[in-house]
Design a protein around this ligand. Structure first.
Ligand SMILES: *[C@@H]1O[C@H](CO)[C@@H](O)[C@H](O)[C@H]1NC(C)=O
Ligand SMILES: *[C@@H]1O[C@H](CO)[C@@H](O)[C@H](O)[C@H]1NC(C)=O
Ligand SMILES: *[C@@H]1O[C@H](CO)[C@@H](O)[C@H](O)[C@H]1NC(C)=O
Ligand SMILES: *[C@@H]1O[C@H](CO)[C@@H](O)[C@H](O)[C@H]1NC(C)=O
Ligand SMILES: *[C@@H]1O[C@H](CO)[C@@H](O)[C@H](O)[C@H]1NC(C)=O
Length: 612
């Protein structure tokens, strides 16, 4: 390994050295390349001490041999054009992250000289021009993210030379033409919101529909290409059809249409007959498509048993009201579907959770309900009533109009978009949820929540946290097969019904990481990095590039970065692999209180940025 070159190293011996050790990394040239890079695009934002070695510079990550292997400059306010010849010298770089800056102009073709590159993250800039065909020489490339730029031209078929490529994100550009047949085995792919036309190559038909949104593409997974739209496709097959073939197609189509019509008529008649016979059943079941659905108990079921109320809600409404109420699906949770029901009298709105299957006998269920109904805490969603007979179990909770933290952070429901949340709101949600869980844990050594995740943290109108679904993990059977992929479950948990307090702490730690990074633990965007949220954060923090992990919305509040780092530290302690290494919820709550009291004293961020 060659040491740093002294200032007055004479040129002749320098050249000699190069000849003798042609493969030795040239730190001095790395340094001059990075200086040129900084001068071109980041004069004011990259505060580097140029007299110190580059490996100590923010965002520059070296391996043990002092070779630069990663460059991370996300959301650093870089702007301007990347000059040609600057990147080419950084030959050892494996990861280049310039995402979410204001870089413009073409992607320099000499990026192709960085033959060690495995990951390129250029999303969220203003890069224009075409995707450089020279990228095809980057044989080691695994992830290429050029999304959210102003790229034009078409997708070069030369990308097929990238046989190791797993991720190709090109969404939100102005790319036109057709998608070439891509032969590599892609795990992640997105070309949404481009000017692409023609049919989707069959090798990509297994991708989700949302990978092709906002384009004029057709074919699976989108609706099939009919003759009219594929006819004009450019650069496609272009083979001419003979007159006979056309006649054949026309006759075939007419015949096909007739057959379809006949089948439809037949089906309609059949359905009508059935409908008359089974009217009640149909009304109860098949409303899903319209977005609303009902839970219908049927006449025979609503006999005898009635709603069991807790607290002073008794008499506000009865089972009959609940069944008559107009219901709307709020979401499908771990243990069943939740509906929003407006009970006629007084326009009272409640959330009704319909449990799928019980894991315990009815008697035990009733006891557990009583226990849950007794729990009261300002940060818990109270259970108001329940209904239980052999076939149906309904739980009635207060309805939280602002929805869940998950919906707010990720905008993952049809009705809600991602809402910008500032540090103050996020840390206060963290504190509220921590207090609620601490309260649950204080009820006894075996009392745990069992299913902590952002979709179970609901919010009031003023964004105070209300934790829901507590205690259900012990009595209900999940509707989906629980898997570690959901991202919140502690590594030691094998039985979902036996969740310890320390496992709750782990899940809460993941929730904290989610609040800080803005990344959903089960999100495919995250798994672009191939690991779960705690391990991803650990790997980034280990590289001493902590700012990389934070949600961009949070990075605007530079004055609280120290607090954010402290909360991150706490989250990592909560997600320790070994349960004994995790702090108790009481300790977690106390530490969040402490962190928040620090930021309250120097709390002065502008409120005019549209965030909450
Ligand atoms: C790249 O390296 C070469 C040789 O080491 C050097 O002459 C050139 O100035 C470098 N380019 C930049 C932009 O640093
Ligand atoms: C810059 O780095 C040099 C060499 O490591 C060091 O002596 C100097 O104090 C540093 N300057 C600043 C402002 O940190
Ligand atoms: C990049 O690679 C090409 C071909 O491999 C070479 O001709 C060119 O000089 C290289 N550019 C730089 C700046 O090293
Ligand atoms: C794509 O757009 C470019 C201009 O950005 C244009 O020159 C080219 O003809 C277009 N190609 C197709 C296939 O529409
Ligand atoms: C593709 O990108 C669009 C726009 O950013 C997004 O809405 C969609 O969810 C993405 N789909 C996939 C499969 O990544």
């Amino acid at each position: 390994m060659m040491p740093l070159l002294p200032r007055h190293f004479c040129l002749a011996s320098f050249l000699l050295l190069l000849i003798l050790q042609p493969s030795t990394p040239d730190l001095e040239s790395d340094k001059s390349a990075l200086s040129a890079f900084r001068a071109a695009v980041g004069g004011r934002s990259l505060l580097w001490n140029l007299s110190a070695p580059p490996c100590s510079w923010t965002g520059v990550i070296c391996d043990n041999n002092q070779q630069i292997i990663e460059l991370h400059f996300p959301g650093m306010g870089l702007s301007g054009t990347l000059p040609a010849g600057v990147l080419a010298n950084l030959t050892t770089v494996q990861t280049l992250s310039l995402r979410y800056n204001a870089l413009s102009g073409p992607i320099p073709p000499d990026i192709a000289n960085l033959t060690a590159l495995r990951n390129i993250y250029l999303q969220g800039n203003f890069f224009s021009g075409e995707i450089p065909p020279s990228l095809s020489s980057l044989q080691n490339l695994v992830r290429l993210n050029l999304a959210d730029n102003k790229l034009t031209g078409s997708i070069p078929s030369s990308l097929n030379a990238l046989s190791r490529l797993k991720t190709l994100y090109l969404e939100q550009n102005q790319i036109n033409g057709t998608i070439p047949v891509l032969t590599m085995k892609l795990d992640q792919f997105n070309v949404s919101f481009n000017r692409l036309t023609g049919s989707i190559p069959s090798s990509l038909s297994g991708m989700p529909k949302s990978a092709f949104e906002g384009t004029s593409l057709c074919g699976p997974p989108l609706s099939s290409c009919n003759d009219a739209t594929t006819g004009g496709g450019s650069g496609g097959g272009g083979s001419k059809l003979s007159g006979g073939a056309i006649a054949g197609i026309v006759i075939g189509s007419v015949f096909g249409l007739l057959v379809i019509l006949l089948i439809l008529i037949f089906l309609c008649r059949k359905r009508k007959a059935k409908k008359e016979a089974k009217d009640v059943e149909v009304a109860a079941a098949a409303k899903q498509a319209g977005g609303t659905a009902g839970y219908s108990l049927g006449k025979s079921q609503s006999d005898g048993n009635s709603l069991v109320f807790f607290g002073n809600h008794k008499g506000m409404f009865d089972l009959e009201d609940l069944l008559k109420a107009s219901a709307e699906v709020l979401g499908k949770g771990t243990f069943g579907t939740t509906y929003k029901a407006t009970v006629d009298m007084g326009g009272l709105t409640v959330a009704v959770k319909r449990l799928k299957d019980l894991a315990v006998p009815e008697k035990e269920f009733t006891e557990k309900m009583k226990e849950i109904g007794e729990v009261e805490h300002e940060n818990l969603v109270p259970l108001r009533a329940y209904y239980c007979n052999r076939d149906e179990k309904l739980l009635v909770y207060d309805h939280m109009p602002t929805g869940s933290l998950s919906a707010l952070l990720h905008g993952n429901t049809a009705t809600s978009a991602r809402t910008p949340l500032n540090w103050d709101t996020r840390s206060s949600i963290a504190l509220g949820a921590a207090r609620a869980i601490t309260h649950l844990h204080s009820r006894g050594p075996v009392s745990s929540h069992g299913n902590i995740k952002s979709s179970n943290v609901l919010l009031t109108k003023s964004y105070e946290a209300r934790v829901s679904d507590f205690g259900l993990a012990q009595i209900a059977i999940p509707t989906t097969i629980p898997s570690r992929i959901n991202g919140y479950r502690a590594p030691e948990v094998t039985d979902a019904q036996r969740v310890s307090q320390k496992a709750d702490v782990y899940s809460f730690g993941v929730l904290l990481l989610e609040l800080l990074t803005g990344k959903a633990p089960a999100n495919s965007q995250l798994n672009e990095e191939g690991v779960d949220l705690p391990r991803w954060v650990q790997s980034v923090v280990r590289e001493e590039w902590t700012a990389e992990v934070f949600d961009l919305e949070l990075l605007r509040y530079q004055d609280v970065e120290e607090d954010m780092v402290q909360l991150l530290q706490l989250a990592l302690e909560c997600t320790a692999q070994h349960p004994d290494k995790r702090p108790s919820m009481a300790v977690v709550t106390a530490r969040i209180e402490e962190i928040r009291s620090q930021s309250a004293t120097l709390h002065h961020h502008n409120a005019d940025d549209g965030s909450i």
